[in-house]
Design a protein around this ligand. Structure first.
Ligand SMILES: *[C@@H]1O[C@H](CO)[C@@H](O)[C@H](O)[C@H]1NC(C)=O
Ligand SMILES: *[C@@H]1O[C@H](CO)[C@@H](O)[C@H](O)[C@H]1NC(C)=O
Ligand SMILES: *[C@@H]1O[C@H](CO)[C@@H](O)[C@H](O)[C@H]1NC(C)=O
Ligand SMILES: *[C@@H]1O[C@H](CO)[C@@H](O)[C@H](O)[C@H]1NC(C)=O
Ligand SMILES: *[C@@H]1O[C@H](CO)[C@@H](O)[C@H](O)[C@H]1NC(C)=O
Ligand SMILES: *[C@@H]1O[C@H](CO)[C@@H](O)[C@H](O)[C@H]1NC(C)=O
Ligand SMILES: *[C@@H]1O[C@H](CO)[C@@H](O)[C@H](O)[C@H]1NC(C)=O
Ligand SMILES: *[C@@H]1O[C@H](CO)[C@@H](O)[C@H](O)[C@H]1NC(C)=O
Ligand SMILES: *[C@@H]1O[C@H](CO)[C@@H](O)[C@H](O)[C@H]1NC(C)=O
Ligand SMILES: *[C@@H]1O[C@H](CO)[C@@H](O)[C@H](O)[C@H]1NC(C)=O
Length: 586
């Protein structure tokens, strides 16, 4: 790789002065040491037209790029001026005054933010594979310029812009200490997401909005809503209202059609695509509350012969009634999803062959009988999705455990590890990776099952869960889904998702489980986890101060992200103070 002297200088500067703490780290960033103040009167233009900004502005047309940008500006300025960060926790104790500009010395001002998006209207308003690259500069005369090809690129750049600023401890001034700034940035992967399971526990729409906010701040672009499972069906299907009213934990704990539409629009306005999953043919037991005749093995005992987790329940695999139900379900849901998303997730994980032993239409668990039935089941669903010009996503078991042939645009989501990614990409299949060894954020907090006294108790003591241990941010950060693949294979990795399965999560601990560990994956997916210059792993000494700061910024903006380290570490002169020695003895 050829490196200009300028690039090398940039990197040395970054090492010497790691405090330009942008998260995720931009591909190319150069900062200086001049402080500039910024006021709420900074002049903002979009393609040379002045942009008004009103706090809390939400576009009423989420395909109007001017409104999208106006709302993005409103959020960025709100982050600076209303949720401003006084970084006392991030500087040595009682030394903030050495970091803050002296307001009496007459520092200069950021006078304008000039936003330019050169793309066409359709590029600006189309979800799916979006060009999110942007350039951001701030010169010492106080002129900021943000350029992008799409309004989504503008949104990404505005999030970076907001992170350049701090609130002064006097409470009445805001500044950046980093001028001049020059940033060139674009994502490494096109799919950077969070999977939220809203079926094992209920999450109100406010907590989902908040999660979409944090996804966008982290420059992620997908929210995968695992909307139904065997435990509950909270997603309203208006043509079959009984499905949710009976399948939800309480008949009113449902996402109404208007809730789903509002969530989609809220996401689109932030450059995020909400992807709905209805998991099937397994993981569908909650349908037994409204349509028991379509299922087998609901609440079957002992559960582990029939599924991975009680109360089981799978579709009959050779039933015309199931086919009729699915026609109705897809006809209801697809037209509501299609305006806002390019994908629909058809599920397909953990189908237990034994379920079909209980199916009067099948009566066996023999794979040579089941495979053709499952192929037909999946192919019918692929056709139902394709009819609305959406691409399907399925879990890895569908092709890998069942040899089901997919459409050429079907994306497969992996969770069982690196070899799954390799097996699929080597067959030319596009992959979204959620390797549970790294990116399952629910792991490591012990079992939710109870164990009776005696044998069960002693067998399972000390009650660790199946994907123990916890995935610390460092472990999350160490995983790049394309590691170990050939270049050809790596091209088929669309990206990844961190997953929050919610057996032991709900609104109360959502934020602290997702953030900032999800941010670690967000940086891997946006910038990679390797230093661009050396190709070596980015050092935790460089990453942790930025993550500490990013956690503070998220906290100030209303997401209760967990602490990364104790304040003694965040206030240390440098991050080596809180580091472990190499070798034994630790
Ligand atoms: C974004 O679009 C520009 C202009 O068409 C192109 O040069 C650039 O490579 C694109 N970037 C990405 C990441 O697709
Ligand atoms: C950013 O700057 C680079 C280098 O000048 C240029 O190639 C690229 O097209 C610019 N991207 C945008 C979004 O303006
Ligand atoms: C299927 O059920 C039998 C008991 O009938 C059990 O031994 C076997 O482990 C089950 N298979 C799976 C994959 O759970
Ligand atoms: C199929 O069922 C038989 C019992 O009928 C069981 O012994 C066997 O383990 C089952 N196979 C699978 C793959 O579950
Ligand atoms: C599926 O159902 C059809 C029609 O009832 C029947 O003819 C066929 O034998 C069944 N297939 C299997 C594998 O049981
Ligand atoms: C799907 O796309 C085709 C070709 O672009 C178009 O003719 C058709 O109307 C679209 N169907 C739907 C349901 O949007
Ligand atoms: C899938 O194909 C592999 C390799 O051909 C074979 O070993 C396996 O038994 C097949 N599985 C099913 C469920 O058909
Ligand atoms: C994918 O399949 C569709 C229809 O089955 C076909 O028109 C298209 O050319 C295929 N695309 C690729 C890349 O193979
Ligand atoms: C870089 O990270 C990879 C993945 O975690 C790890 O296997 C490797 O040992 C690390 N390299 C160094 C030099 O620490
Ligand atoms: C980090 O800080 C400690 C304590 O102030 C100091 O002894 C050490 O030299 C510093 N290390 C670096 C690399 O600056």
């Amino acid at each position: 790789m050829f490196l200009s002297l300028e690039t090398i200088a940039t990197v040395f500067l970054a090492l010497a002065d790691p405090v330009a703490a942008i998260w995720p780290i931009p591909n190319h960033i150069k900062t200086g040491k001049i402080s500039l103040l910024v006021s709420q009167n900074v002049a903002v233009t979009y393609n040379d037209v002045p942009i008004a900004y009103t706090y809390g502005f939400e576009p009423n047309d989420v395909w109007d790029s001017v409104q999208i940008v106006e709302a993005g500006v409103s959020r960025a300025l709100s982050a600076i001026f209303q949720s401003g960060l006084v970084p006392w926790k991030l500087r040595p104790k009682n030394s903030l005054n050495r970091f803050e500009p002296d307001l009496y010395s007459g520092p200069g001002w950021v006078t304008s933010l000039k936003i330019i998006a050169s793309g066409t209207a359709s590029q600006n308003s189309r979800f799916g594979d979006m060009n999110e690259s942007y350039n951001l500069t701030l010169n010492t005369a106080g002129i900021a310029t943000l350029s992008a090809f799409t309004s989504t690129g503008v949104l990404r750049g505005l999030e970076t812009f907001a992170q350049l600023f701090y609130e002064h401890s006097n409470g009445n001034a805001w500044y950046t200490p980093y001028a001049p700034v020059s940033i060139q940035d674009q994502p490494k992967y096109q799919h950077r997401g969070v999977l939220l399971d809203v079926a094992r526990n209920w999450f109100d729409v406010q907590s989902i909005y908040r999660t979409i906010d944090a996804i966008a701040w982290n420059k992620m672009n997908r929210l995968h809503l695992h909307a139904t499972d065997s435990q509950s069906w909270p997603l309203e299907i208006p043509s079959m209202p009984e499905v949710a009213s009976k399948g939800a934990y309480r008949s009113d704990l449902t996402y109404k059609a208007e809730d789903l539409e509002a969530l989609h629009k809220y996401a689109v306005a932030r450059g995020v695509e909400l992807i709905v999953e209805i998991d099937m043919p397994g993981h569908i037991g909650s349908l037994s509350w409204s349509h028991p005749e379509l299922l087998v093995a609901y609440d079957a005992f002992p559960y582990f012969w029939w599924c991975a987790e009680p109360p089981c329940g799978a579709f009959k695999l050779n039933s015309t009634d199931v086919a009729k139900f699915l026609d109705k379900l897809y006809a209801d849901l697809m037209p509501r999803v299609a305006p806002y998303s390019a994908y629909f997730h058809m599920g397909g994980d953990e189908l237990n062959a034994n379920d079909s032993r209980l199916d009067p239409g099948v009566g066996t668990n023999a794979t040579d009988v089941l495979q053709p039935l499952l192929q037909k089941f999946v192919s019918s669903n692929l056709a139902r999705v394709a009819a609305y010009n959406l691409s399907a996503i399925v879990w890895e078991e569908i092709p890998l455990a069942w040899n089901v042939t997919l459409d050429n645009d079907t994306v497969v989501q992996t969770w069982q590890g690196e070899s799954s990614v390799q097996m699929l990409t080597s067959q030319g299949i596009k992959v979204i990776d959620s390797n549970y060894n790294y990116w399952y954020l629910d792991c490591g907090r012990g079992e939710w099952l109870n164990f009776a006294n005696g044998e069960a108790y002693s067998t399972y003591y000390p009650f660790g869960d199946w994907c123990n241990p916890v995935k610390n941010w460092r472990l999350v950060y160490s995983h790049d889904p394309a590691d170990g693949l050939t270049d050809e294979e790596a091209k088929l990795v669309m990206g990844g998702e961190v997953a929050l399965w919610s057996e032991m999560a709900d609104e109360t601990n959502l934020d602290s489980l997702l953030w900032p560990r999800g941010s670690a994956a967000a940086e891997v997916l946006w910038s990679g986890n390797k230093d661009l210059l050396t190709g070596q792993n980015r050092s935790q000494m460089e990453v942790s101060p930025r993550l500490n700061e990013w956690r503070e910024r998220m906290l100030h903006r209303g997401v209760r992200a967990a602490p990364v380290q104790m304040v003694w570490c965040t206030q240390a002169d440098n991050s080596t103070e809180c580091s472990a020695p190499a070798g034994p003895g630790f």
